[in-house]
Design a protein around this ligand. Structure first.
Ligand code: PSU
Ligand code: MN
Length: 305
Protein backbone atom coordinates (compact mmCIF):
# COMPACT_ATOMS: atom_id res chain seq x y z
CA UNK A 1 0.00 0.00 0.00
CA UNK A 2 1.17 3.55 -0.55
CA UNK A 3 0.00 7.02 0.36
CA UNK A 4 -1.20 7.84 -3.12
CA UNK A 5 -3.73 5.01 -3.46
CA UNK A 6 -7.46 5.41 -2.61
CA UNK A 7 -9.47 2.20 -2.65
CA UNK A 8 -13.24 2.79 -2.67
CA UNK A 9 -15.16 1.41 0.33
CA UNK A 10 -16.98 -1.20 -1.82
CA UNK A 11 -13.78 -2.43 -3.38
CA UNK A 12 -11.96 -2.47 -0.04
CA UNK A 13 -14.75 -4.51 1.50
CA UNK A 14 -14.69 -6.99 -1.38
CA UNK A 15 -10.91 -7.37 -1.06
CA UNK A 16 -11.17 -7.85 2.72
CA UNK A 17 -13.82 -10.55 2.23
CA UNK A 18 -11.91 -12.25 -0.60
CA UNK A 19 -14.71 -11.57 -3.06
CA UNK A 20 -13.90 -11.39 -6.79
CA UNK A 21 -12.99 -7.91 -8.03
CA UNK A 22 -12.52 -6.80 -11.65
CA UNK A 23 -10.53 -3.69 -12.58
CA UNK A 24 -11.65 -1.47 -15.48
CA UNK A 25 -9.70 1.27 -17.27
CA UNK A 26 -10.73 4.88 -17.80
CA UNK A 27 -8.96 5.86 -21.04
CA UNK A 28 -11.65 3.85 -22.82
CA UNK A 29 -14.11 6.30 -21.19
CA UNK A 30 -12.28 9.58 -21.86
CA UNK A 31 -10.51 8.79 -25.13
CA UNK A 32 -12.03 5.58 -26.48
CA UNK A 33 -15.69 6.53 -26.93
CA UNK A 34 -17.73 9.72 -27.34
CA UNK A 35 -19.92 11.23 -24.62
CA UNK A 36 -22.51 10.15 -23.52
CA UNK A 37 -22.09 6.58 -24.79
CA UNK A 38 -18.79 6.38 -22.91
CA UNK A 39 -20.44 7.01 -19.54
CA UNK A 40 -23.45 4.78 -20.31
CA UNK A 41 -21.11 1.99 -21.34
CA UNK A 42 -18.85 2.37 -18.30
CA UNK A 43 -21.85 2.11 -15.98
CA UNK A 44 -23.28 -0.84 -17.93
CA UNK A 45 -19.95 -2.63 -17.75
CA UNK A 46 -19.90 -2.18 -13.98
CA UNK A 47 -23.48 -3.50 -13.75
CA UNK A 48 -22.61 -6.51 -15.92
CA UNK A 49 -19.75 -7.36 -13.56
CA UNK A 50 -22.05 -7.14 -10.54
CA UNK A 51 -24.65 -9.35 -12.23
CA UNK A 52 -21.95 -11.91 -12.92
CA UNK A 53 -21.07 -11.97 -9.22
CA UNK A 54 -18.01 -9.72 -8.90
CA UNK A 55 -17.28 -6.18 -7.74
CA UNK A 56 -16.18 -3.64 -10.39
CA UNK A 57 -13.28 -1.26 -9.73
CA UNK A 58 -13.05 1.46 -12.35
CA UNK A 59 -9.53 2.87 -12.10
CA UNK A 60 -8.55 6.52 -12.68
CA UNK A 61 -6.44 9.34 -11.26
CA UNK A 62 -8.52 12.08 -9.70
CA UNK A 63 -6.98 15.11 -8.07
CA UNK A 64 -3.68 13.26 -7.95
CA UNK A 65 -5.14 10.24 -6.13
CA UNK A 66 -4.79 6.78 -7.67
CA UNK A 67 -8.36 5.49 -7.48
CA UNK A 68 -9.23 1.81 -7.37
CA UNK A 69 -12.99 2.16 -7.66
CA UNK A 70 -14.69 5.28 -9.00
CA UNK A 71 -18.14 6.56 -8.10
CA UNK A 72 -20.76 7.09 -10.85
CA UNK A 73 -20.15 10.85 -10.44
CA UNK A 74 -16.44 10.38 -11.05
CA UNK A 75 -17.18 8.29 -14.15
CA UNK A 76 -19.53 11.01 -15.41
CA UNK A 77 -16.83 13.63 -14.76
CA UNK A 78 -14.18 11.72 -16.73
CA UNK A 79 -16.61 10.99 -19.55
CA UNK A 80 -17.69 14.61 -19.93
CA UNK A 81 -14.15 15.93 -19.77
CA UNK A 82 -13.21 13.44 -22.49
CA UNK A 83 -9.94 14.09 -24.27
CA UNK A 84 -9.28 17.07 -21.96
CA UNK A 85 -8.29 14.52 -19.30
CA UNK A 86 -4.64 13.55 -19.54
CA UNK A 87 -4.21 10.08 -20.99
CA UNK A 88 -1.99 8.63 -18.30
CA UNK A 89 0.59 5.99 -19.05
CA UNK A 90 3.36 4.80 -16.68
CA UNK A 91 5.59 7.78 -17.38
CA UNK A 92 2.81 10.29 -16.57
CA UNK A 93 2.14 9.10 -13.01
CA UNK A 94 4.86 10.98 -11.10
CA UNK A 95 4.00 14.47 -12.35
CA UNK A 96 0.21 13.98 -12.38
CA UNK A 97 0.26 12.74 -8.81
CA UNK A 98 2.67 15.41 -7.54
CA UNK A 99 0.58 18.15 -9.15
CA UNK A 100 -2.75 16.75 -7.96
CA UNK A 101 -4.04 16.38 -11.51
CA UNK A 102 -6.58 14.05 -13.13
CA UNK A 103 -5.61 11.24 -15.45
CA UNK A 104 -7.42 8.59 -17.45
CA UNK A 105 -5.70 5.25 -16.98
CA UNK A 106 -4.61 3.19 -19.97
CA UNK A 107 -4.14 -0.58 -19.82
CA UNK A 108 -0.66 0.14 -18.43
CA UNK A 109 -1.66 2.36 -15.53
CA UNK A 110 -4.80 0.38 -14.77
CA UNK A 111 -2.57 -2.69 -14.34
CA UNK A 112 -0.21 -0.72 -12.09
CA UNK A 113 -2.98 0.58 -9.83
CA UNK A 114 -4.86 -2.75 -9.81
CA UNK A 115 -1.68 -4.49 -8.67
CA UNK A 116 -1.12 -1.89 -5.93
CA UNK A 117 -4.67 -2.54 -4.71
CA UNK A 118 -4.36 -6.34 -4.89
CA UNK A 119 -6.74 -6.76 -7.84
CA UNK A 120 -5.69 -9.56 -10.21
CA UNK A 121 -8.20 -9.44 -13.07
CA UNK A 122 -8.86 -6.56 -15.47
CA UNK A 123 -11.34 -6.33 -18.35
CA UNK A 124 -11.12 -3.91 -21.26
CA UNK A 125 -11.76 -3.61 -25.00
CA UNK A 126 -8.43 -3.61 -26.78
CA UNK A 127 -4.80 -3.25 -25.77
CA UNK A 128 -2.07 -1.14 -27.31
CA UNK A 129 0.69 -2.90 -29.21
CA UNK A 130 3.28 -2.57 -31.94
CA UNK A 131 2.02 -0.06 -34.48
CA UNK A 132 2.23 -0.60 -38.21
CA UNK A 133 5.44 1.07 -39.36
CA UNK A 134 7.05 0.68 -35.92
CA UNK A 135 10.28 -0.36 -37.64
CA UNK A 136 10.75 3.34 -38.40
CA UNK A 137 8.55 5.15 -35.82
CA UNK A 138 9.39 2.87 -32.86
CA UNK A 139 5.77 3.29 -31.77
CA UNK A 140 5.27 0.39 -29.38
CA UNK A 141 2.68 0.73 -26.62
CA UNK A 142 3.82 0.74 -23.01
CA UNK A 143 0.99 -1.79 -22.48
CA UNK A 144 3.27 -4.55 -23.74
CA UNK A 145 6.01 -3.72 -21.23
CA UNK A 146 3.48 -3.61 -18.44
CA UNK A 147 2.15 -7.05 -19.37
CA UNK A 148 5.76 -8.21 -19.08
CA UNK A 149 6.20 -6.95 -15.53
CA UNK A 150 2.94 -6.51 -13.61
CA UNK A 151 0.92 -9.46 -12.27
CA UNK A 152 -2.55 -8.73 -13.63
CA UNK A 153 -4.60 -10.81 -16.06
CA UNK A 154 -5.93 -8.62 -18.88
CA UNK A 155 -9.06 -9.80 -20.69
CA UNK A 156 -9.55 -8.04 -24.01
CA UNK A 157 -10.99 -8.70 -27.48
CA UNK A 158 -7.55 -8.95 -29.08
CA UNK A 159 -6.01 -5.94 -30.76
CA UNK A 160 -7.27 -3.67 -33.49
CA UNK A 161 -5.58 -3.91 -36.83
CA UNK A 162 -4.52 -0.28 -36.40
CA UNK A 163 -1.60 -2.32 -35.00
CA UNK A 164 0.75 -4.77 -36.62
CA UNK A 165 -0.72 -7.88 -35.02
CA UNK A 166 2.12 -10.17 -36.07
CA UNK A 167 4.77 -7.90 -34.54
CA UNK A 168 2.65 -7.44 -31.42
CA UNK A 169 2.60 -11.22 -30.92
CA UNK A 170 6.37 -11.43 -31.51
CA UNK A 171 6.97 -8.74 -28.90
CA UNK A 172 4.76 -10.50 -26.35
CA UNK A 173 6.62 -13.74 -27.03
CA UNK A 174 9.98 -12.05 -26.40
CA UNK A 175 8.67 -10.58 -23.16
CA UNK A 176 7.32 -13.92 -21.91
CA UNK A 177 3.66 -12.93 -21.83
CA UNK A 178 1.25 -15.86 -22.27
CA UNK A 179 -1.33 -15.09 -24.97
CA UNK A 180 -4.49 -17.13 -24.56
CA UNK A 181 -7.43 -17.45 -26.94
CA UNK A 182 -10.69 -17.90 -25.07
CA UNK A 183 -12.54 -20.59 -27.00
CA UNK A 184 -10.36 -19.99 -30.05
CA UNK A 185 -6.96 -20.87 -31.53
CA UNK A 186 -6.81 -17.59 -33.39
CA UNK A 187 -6.00 -14.10 -32.16
CA UNK A 188 -9.21 -12.09 -32.47
CA UNK A 189 -8.87 -8.67 -34.14
CA UNK A 190 -11.24 -6.70 -31.91
CA UNK A 191 -14.07 -5.93 -34.39
CA UNK A 192 -13.68 -9.30 -36.07
CA UNK A 193 -13.18 -12.80 -34.68
CA UNK A 194 -10.34 -13.62 -37.03
CA UNK A 195 -6.85 -12.26 -37.71
CA UNK A 196 -5.10 -15.19 -39.30
CA UNK A 197 -2.59 -15.30 -36.38
CA UNK A 198 -2.48 -18.17 -33.90
CA UNK A 199 -2.46 -17.66 -30.14
CA UNK A 200 -0.19 -19.71 -27.85
CA UNK A 201 -2.99 -21.65 -26.18
CA UNK A 202 -6.70 -22.09 -26.44
CA UNK A 203 -8.56 -22.21 -23.11
CA UNK A 204 -12.30 -22.87 -22.90
CA UNK A 205 -13.28 -22.19 -19.28
CA UNK A 206 -12.83 -19.43 -16.67
CA UNK A 207 -11.57 -22.12 -14.27
CA UNK A 208 -8.70 -23.02 -16.56
CA UNK A 209 -7.84 -19.35 -17.13
CA UNK A 210 -7.68 -18.95 -13.35
CA UNK A 211 -5.57 -22.09 -12.93
CA UNK A 212 -3.03 -20.93 -15.50
CA UNK A 213 -2.71 -17.51 -13.92
CA UNK A 214 -2.54 -19.00 -10.42
CA UNK A 215 0.32 -21.21 -11.59
CA UNK A 216 2.11 -18.19 -13.03
CA UNK A 217 1.76 -16.28 -9.75
CA UNK A 218 2.77 -19.29 -7.64
CA UNK A 219 5.92 -19.83 -9.68
CA UNK A 220 6.91 -16.21 -9.11
CA UNK A 221 7.08 -15.52 -12.83
CA UNK A 222 6.90 -11.80 -13.40
CA UNK A 223 4.21 -10.15 -15.43
CA UNK A 224 0.64 -10.68 -16.48
CA UNK A 225 -1.31 -12.82 -18.88
CA UNK A 226 -3.24 -11.72 -21.94
CA UNK A 227 -6.62 -13.34 -22.57
CA UNK A 228 -8.16 -12.58 -25.94
CA UNK A 229 -11.91 -13.13 -26.08
CA UNK A 230 -13.49 -12.91 -29.55
CA UNK A 231 -16.36 -10.49 -30.12
CA UNK A 232 -19.69 -12.38 -30.21
CA UNK A 233 -20.47 -13.39 -33.81
CA UNK A 234 -23.66 -11.31 -34.06
CA UNK A 235 -21.78 -8.09 -33.25
CA UNK A 236 -18.69 -8.67 -35.36
CA UNK A 237 -18.06 -6.41 -38.36
CA UNK A 238 -17.36 -7.27 -42.00
CA UNK A 239 -13.55 -7.28 -42.27
CA UNK A 240 -13.52 -5.30 -45.55
CA UNK A 241 -15.52 -2.44 -43.99
CA UNK A 242 -13.39 -2.17 -40.89
CA UNK A 243 -10.08 -2.67 -42.65
CA UNK A 244 -10.86 0.02 -45.21
CA UNK A 245 -11.64 2.48 -42.40
CA UNK A 246 -8.45 1.54 -40.54
CA UNK A 247 -6.28 1.95 -43.65
CA UNK A 248 -7.77 5.37 -44.30
CA UNK A 249 -7.35 6.45 -40.65
CA UNK A 250 -3.68 5.41 -40.67
CA UNK A 251 -3.11 7.25 -43.92
CA UNK A 252 -4.64 10.44 -42.46
CA UNK A 253 -2.58 10.10 -39.27
CA UNK A 254 0.61 9.83 -41.32
CA UNK A 255 -0.28 12.80 -43.52
CA UNK A 256 -1.17 14.96 -40.51
CA UNK A 257 2.01 13.97 -38.68
CA UNK A 258 0.13 12.60 -35.66
CA UNK A 259 2.60 11.01 -33.26
CA UNK A 260 3.23 9.92 -29.67
CA UNK A 261 0.29 9.35 -27.35
CA UNK A 262 -2.13 11.02 -29.81
CA UNK A 263 -1.83 8.22 -32.36
CA UNK A 264 -4.17 5.69 -30.77
CA UNK A 265 -6.96 8.14 -29.79
CA UNK A 266 -6.78 9.72 -33.27
CA UNK A 267 -7.12 6.36 -35.01
CA UNK A 268 -9.93 5.18 -32.71
CA UNK A 269 -11.94 8.35 -33.31
CA UNK A 270 -11.41 8.30 -37.09
CA UNK A 271 -12.34 4.62 -37.40
CA UNK A 272 -15.52 5.30 -35.47
CA UNK A 273 -16.43 8.28 -37.69
CA UNK A 274 -15.60 6.47 -40.93
CA UNK A 275 -17.81 3.51 -40.04
CA UNK A 276 -20.73 5.74 -39.06
CA UNK A 277 -21.07 4.51 -35.52
CA UNK A 278 -21.36 0.79 -36.33
CA UNK A 279 -17.96 0.22 -34.83
CA UNK A 280 -19.06 1.91 -31.60
CA UNK A 281 -21.90 -0.60 -31.17
CA UNK A 282 -19.47 -3.47 -31.70
CA UNK A 283 -17.02 -1.87 -29.30
CA UNK A 284 -19.64 -1.61 -26.55
CA UNK A 285 -20.77 -5.22 -26.99
CA UNK A 286 -17.29 -6.68 -26.88
CA UNK A 287 -16.45 -4.80 -23.68
CA UNK A 288 -19.60 -6.19 -22.01
CA UNK A 289 -18.61 -9.66 -23.19
CA UNK A 290 -15.12 -9.25 -21.70
CA UNK A 291 -16.56 -7.93 -18.43
CA UNK A 292 -18.67 -11.09 -18.00
CA UNK A 293 -15.72 -13.38 -18.63
CA UNK A 294 -13.53 -11.35 -16.26
CA UNK A 295 -16.11 -11.60 -13.46
CA UNK A 296 -16.33 -15.38 -13.84
CA UNK A 297 -12.55 -15.68 -14.01
CA UNK A 298 -12.03 -13.50 -10.93
CA UNK A 299 -14.47 -15.74 -9.06
CA UNK A 300 -12.63 -18.86 -10.23
CA UNK A 301 -9.33 -17.33 -9.09
CA UNK A 302 -10.74 -16.62 -5.61
CA UNK A 303 -11.96 -20.22 -5.40
CA UNK A 304 -8.36 -21.44 -5.86
CA UNK A 305 -6.98 -19.46 -2.92
N1 PSU B 1 -7.17 0.25 -28.10
C1 PSU B 1 -8.49 0.22 -28.18
N2 PSU B 1 -9.23 1.00 -27.35
C2 PSU B 1 -8.65 1.81 -26.41
C3 PSU B 1 -7.22 1.81 -26.32
C4 PSU B 1 -6.53 1.02 -27.18
O1 PSU B 1 -9.03 -0.49 -28.99
O2 PSU B 1 -9.35 2.52 -25.67
C5 PSU B 1 -6.55 2.64 -25.25
C6 PSU B 1 -6.23 1.79 -24.02
O3 PSU B 1 -6.34 2.61 -22.88
C7 PSU B 1 -4.79 1.40 -24.25
C8 PSU B 1 -4.27 2.66 -24.88
O4 PSU B 1 -4.09 1.05 -23.08
O5 PSU B 1 -5.30 3.12 -25.74
C9 PSU B 1 -2.98 2.42 -25.65
O6 PSU B 1 -2.46 3.67 -26.04
P1 PSU B 1 -1.03 3.70 -26.75
O7 PSU B 1 -1.21 2.99 -28.05
O8 PSU B 1 -0.74 5.16 -26.90
O9 PSU B 1 -0.09 2.99 -25.83
MN1 MN C 1 2.36 4.86 -28.90
Amino acid sequence: MNNYLSISPQVQQALDENLPVVALESTIISHGMPYPQNVETALRVEQTIREAGAVPATVAIIGGRLKAGCTPDEIEYLGRKGQAVTKASRRDLPVLVARGMDGATTVTTTMIIAAMAGIRVFATGGIGGVHRGAETTMDISADLEELAMTPVMVICAGAKSILDLGLTLEYLETKGVPVIGYGTDELPAFYTRHSGFKVDYRIDTPEELAAAFRAKLDMGLRGGMLVTNPIPEQYSMPPEVINRAIDQAIDEANRQGIHGKQVTPFLLARVKDLTGGDSLDSNIQLVLNNARLAALTAAALQALK
